[in-house]
Design a protein around this ligand. Structure first.
Ligand code: 5AD
Ligand code: SF4
Length: 462
């Protein structure tokens, strides 16, 4: 139903439960890759909303398509190139349509991307989203636009992200940007630039606002949250202090974080987690390999013994804490023995879940310049499969340990499989499914676990 708003002197129409200002341009925003990219897309959404764009979810109606991209592995980039080939046909139908590439692929390939992909009109790196309105304005008449400048200061601290999609219960807050660890295989330091931390006042305020708007779970995001540091009022705030300050917003607000570099995981962090019930008992602690010699080649700056020492400290103070990890199979020079050490580390830690990858050489990284990508595809595949098979068993053992126990679940939504069931996560980040007991999204429900599958726990509300 159209209506006239005297306040804004604009005409609004209802479109898919949203009011759109007539004259607004339609933005279709698609995101690939890590949680950080999804969080960045919310910032892009906010910047463009201020500039007369509304977000739509039908790509065919778009005036502007933006794709926020990932470069972490070769296949992530291939996926985006494939998507661009699909979008080409839309451009033929609507020559006014503008297509932009954001994020890591734009930063990595720079103007080369505009030459290779003729359908792309603009590129913007992760630190140049404020410039998007200008870039869009300068596209036209065959003119393309690019900004891939990296910044040492940009944190988008003053921008309130637009929450679109999602479950309205859990949200991400980006607390820092960039990475300076230069792991030998990783492209991130080159695509996301120098590490910088966001003003904690703006982080705590964003957490408070989300809580006031009904959100009940916040994940603090950064490439290495443990090196968060912000100088303020002659004091320095570190990550454990920030985490505790966010947890104090409300006991009803769950707080999570990702990702932790093992070399920087402090005793102070473990203590803060242990003493705040609403900080979830889950740590994502990417090991990458279980072999000290391999970790050295990877430039991870810790050994297997250091990693296991951190794990023991976590388990000592929080026996209920789950651990997840990232693992790479077949990095340069990996011997069969080094691979076996990864398998033995997995067993020793008993991960609840893992993200597991075949090594993919990335141009311009240290490994690309100085090392040989000498493990055959076949061996990489075989080792990865062994890792995946073992993790399947470990996840099963881990999930079985909940049977007969009662866990607290933050309800997110109806279960995908059946609308008679609800689902949500426990503190350890395991998905729990249980028959609908009338609870609403954002409620906490105690569930007694009766059975499990590799990825979920099942039980009854009590
Ligand atoms: N090849 C394979 N996996 C990689 N990762 C990062 N770079 C590469 C690469 N070149 C993995 C690491 C990291 C996760 C986000 O992606 O495990 O923790
Ligand atoms: Fe990449 Fe290492 Fe930085 Fe993680 S810590 S983003 S793996 S360079």
């Amino acid at each position: 139903m159209p209506y006239f708003s005297t306040e804004h002197i604009c005409i609004y129409v209802e479109f898919k439960n949203r009011f759109i200002v007539i004259g607004e341009k339609k933005l279709y925003l698609e995101t690939y890759g890590c949680q950080m990219n999804f969080s960045d897309s919310e910032i892009v959404g906010a910047i463009l909303k201020e500039n007369n764009y509304c977000l739509i979810d039908n790509v065919n109606e778009a005036d502007l398509i933006l794709i926020n991209t990932c470069s972490i592995r070769e296949n992530a980039e291939q996926r985006i190139r494939k998507r661009l080939r699909e979008l080409k046909s839309l451009k033929k139908k609507n020559p006014e349509l503008m297509i932009g590439i954001l994020g890591c692929m734009a930063e990595r390939l720079k103007e080369q991307l505009l030459e290779e992909q003729k359908e792309v009109d603009l590129i913007a790196g992760p630190d140049s989203y404020r410039d998007l309105p200008n870039l869009i304005g300068s596209v036209g008449g065959g003119q393309k636009a690019a900004n891939v400048m990296l910044s040492t200061e940009e944190t988008y601290a003053d921008i309130t992200p637009v929450k679109y999609g999602g479950n309205k219960v859990s949200a991400f807050i980006s607390i820092m940007r960039g990475c300076e660890n230069f792991c030998a295989y990783c492209v991130v330091p080159y695509t996301r630039g120098k590490e910088r931390s966001r003003n904690p006042k703006t982080i705590i305020q964003e957490a408070q606002d989300l809580f006031d708007n009904g959100y009940r779970e916040i994940t603090l995001l950064g490439q290495n949250v443990n090196s968060y540091r912000f100088d303020m009022d002659e004091k320095q705030m570190n990550f454990p202090q920030l985490l505790e300050a966010v947890a104090k917003v409300s006991p009803l607000l769950r707080v999570r974080f990702a990702t932790s570099h093992p070399k920087d995981l402090s005793d102070e962090l473990i203590q803060v987690m242990a003493r705040n019930e609403n900080i979830c008992k889950h740590i994502h602690l990417p090991a990458q390999s279980g072999s000290s010699s391999m970790l050295k080649r990877m430039n991870r700056k810790y050994s297997r013994e250091w990693y296991l020492g951190r794990v023991n400290e976590i388990k000592k103070h929080m026996p209920e804490c789950s651990l997840t990890t990232d693992l790479i199979a077949g990095f340069c020079g990996e011997t069969e023995d080094e691979h076996k050490e990864t398998l033995s580390l997995m067993k020793e830690v008993g991960y609840s879940a893992a993200f597991m990858f075949k090594y993919s050489m990335r141009p311009n990284t240290y490994a690309h310049k100085k090392m040989q990508d000498d493990i055959s595809e076949e061996d990489k595949g075989k080792r990865l499969q062994e890792i995946i098979n073992l993790q399947g068993k470990l996840s099963d053992v881990y999930n079985q340990s909940f049977i007969g126990k009662t866990v607290e679940v933050l309800v997110e939504k109806k279960s995908k499989r059946s609308d008679k069931d609800l689902c949500g996560r426990n503190s350890q980040n395991i998905m729990v499914v249980f028959p609908d007991n009338g609870a609403k999204a954002g409620d906490y429900v105690k569930v007694k676990i009766e059975s499990c599958s590799p990825a979920t726990l099942k039980g009854q509300a009590i």
